[in-house]
Design a protein around this ligand. Structure first.
Ligand code: FAD
Length: 463
């Protein structure tokens, strides 16, 4: 029976981070991945000559997260193009503008808010899990321009659209990080080695330090005995009849780090080993209506179509024909290899309520309206020579970051009743955005398992 210190379930951003850190720290580790790919939700795929990033667009790490993970395991996360501006579509007046035009005349007010934010401790921000972002800002200014800056960033990063839905704690956490590390409201970059290159680098770091990454290998069940993790059972193989429940190979381990999101984790971690309130928290967050879902649209044109710096990430609260808030960027400007020469690949998203994700008629109708709106906002896109529509729902971007659905309202990353069982997922208790958030969640669990902090990451904030 193979024996490891730790088995990690999932080879997405969290699983690869956990595996690479543990291997680098001299622990024997095996990362299990059900699919044939690395990267999980942040998967890059080839599609008729285009390279689409299905669940990863820009990395929101200003330095202390995913970037430091790479550094610690002997790799480099290359920070590519950085977006400096934020064009915003004003749907009422049907025109584009810059976010700077909104707050430009209110710099003193903005400085006041930045000062209040950077002087707030992480613990103080934790207390804002139950209230909207605007409520926190209004303590320091009533300038709508400053509010706009913070709220449009919330639309881009968390895909929430109404002001009362932007969580204070989650959004402020990222703003504080970026102001402190990069002295700017937002920082996002394209990975220089490409999304798939990034995941391969981490997998290489795992094997380079003696760890195993097993693709096409699903975890069937986490084994717990007398409140202690014993390992992970794999499915019986070969599986001849589809309803085979014969026990399969067991990988023994003293700890298991599951990186499965809330909507799939209970398929593998037996609910009877968890307190019912804890499993209840997982089930609550796993509801469709809390999924961040959107209409994903890739359009390729022969001529560049945007009116601003093509590297900019633009945003809006609604299009002329749909209530979908969203985002757009020119992927070819970030990575010229992602589209055939002579074409420009644009990536757009139009957010829909998670509860509508299974309603195919709604989705198709909204795609028509979203596209019609986009063609008015950016007329050049109507002349696209290639299109790919995709629904972001299963899997979704994540669990929506609304008040009372973040921070302490999420299940803790360590189960109180099972020794050695960790949940390193951005859908559990964690802070940050997307892949960087997943990496930070993994770091938290790895350090707890090691019983010490890893010096590379300093003594700053951890969950
Ligand atoms: C369309 C879209 C766009 C996004 N855009 C961005 C962005 O621009 N920037 C950003 O930072 N983030 C973005 N994200 C979010 C980002 O992709 C996720 O936050 C991140 O990838 C989550 O990583 P994870 O490792 O926590 O989870 P996952 O990536 O979900 O990894 C879990 C892994 O577990 C595997 N698995 C499942 N069941 C089993 C099993 N039984 N045994 C073994 N393995 C199993 C899955 O195959 C998967 O690989 C986006 C997501 C989507 C969907």
């Amino acid at each position: 029976m193979p024996k490891y210190d730790v088995v990690v379930i999932g080879a997405g951003a969290a699983g690869l981070t956990a595996g690479a850190l543990l291997a680098r720290e001299g622990r024997s580790v095996c990362v299990l991945e059900r699919s044939p790919h690395l990267g999980g939700r942040a998967l890059a795929v080839d599609d008729e000559g285009f390279r689409l990033n299905l669940g990863g667009h820009l990395i929101e790490d200003s330095g202390s997260g995913l970037t430091k993970v790479f550094e610690h395991v002997g790799k480099e996360l290359i920070h590519g193009e950085v977006s400096m501006e934020m064009p915003v579509w004003d749907n009422e007046n049907r025109r584009w503008g810059s976010i700077r035009d909104r707050y430009g005349a209110h710099k003193t007010e903005l400085k006041k808010v930045i000062k209040a934010l950077t002087e707030s401790s992480w613990d103080e921000l934790e207390e804002w899990d139950d209230r909207p972002l605007r409520q926190w800002i209004h303590q320091h200014t009533t300038s709508q321009s400053v509010v706009d800056l913070f709220e449009f960033l919330a639309v881009l990063e968390c895909l929430t659209d109404n002001w009362w839905d932007h969580s204070a704690s989650d959004n402020l956490w990222v703003r504080k990080l970026h102001y402190e590390e990069k002295r700017r409201a937002a920082y996002s970059c394209w990975p220089g080695q490409g999304w798939d290159g990034m995941w391969q680098d981490l997998a290489d770091a795992i094997s380079g330090h003696g760890g195993d990454v097993r693709l096409n290998t699903a975890a069937d069940r986490v084994i717990v005995e007398a409140g202690q993790v014993k390992g992970v059972a794999l499915p019986h193989s070969p599986r001849v009849v589809p309803n085979d429940v014969e026990p399969g190979e067991v990988l023994e381990a003293e700890a298991v780090i599951s990186t499965l999101p809330v909507w799939s984790v209970l398929n593998v971690v037996p609910e009877w080993d968890l307190p019912d309130w804890y499993a209840g928290q997982i089930r609550y967050l796993a509801q469709d209506r809390f999924r961040v879902a959107w209409l994903g649209l890739y359009l390729a044109t022969e001529e560049p179509v945007t009116m601003f710096d093509p590297r900019e990430l633009s945003t809006w609260l609604a299009t002329p024909h749909s209530p979908t808030s969203g985002f757009m960027y020119d992927q070819t400007a970030m990575d010229p290899d992602s589209s055939p020469s002579g074409t420009h690949l644009y990536c757009l998203g139009g957010v829909i309520p998670g509860a509508k994700g299974r309603d195919r008629r709604y989705v198709l109708e909204m795609f028509e309206r979203f596209e019609a709106g986009v063609y008015e906002m950016c007329p050049g896109l109507a002349n696209h020579v290639w299109r790919r529509r995709g629904l972001v729902f299963d899997p979704p971007f994540g669990v929506v970051q609304k008040p009372m659905l973040v921070g302490a309202y999420r299940p803790h990353w360590k189960v109180p009743t099972v020794e050695g069982l960790y949940f390193a997922s951005e859908t559990f208790r964690s802070r940050g955005v997307g892949t960087d958030r997943a990496a930070r969640a993994a770091l938290t669990c790895v350090e707890d398992y090691l019983g010490r902090r890893i010096p590379t990451f300093g003594d700053g904030w951890r969950y």
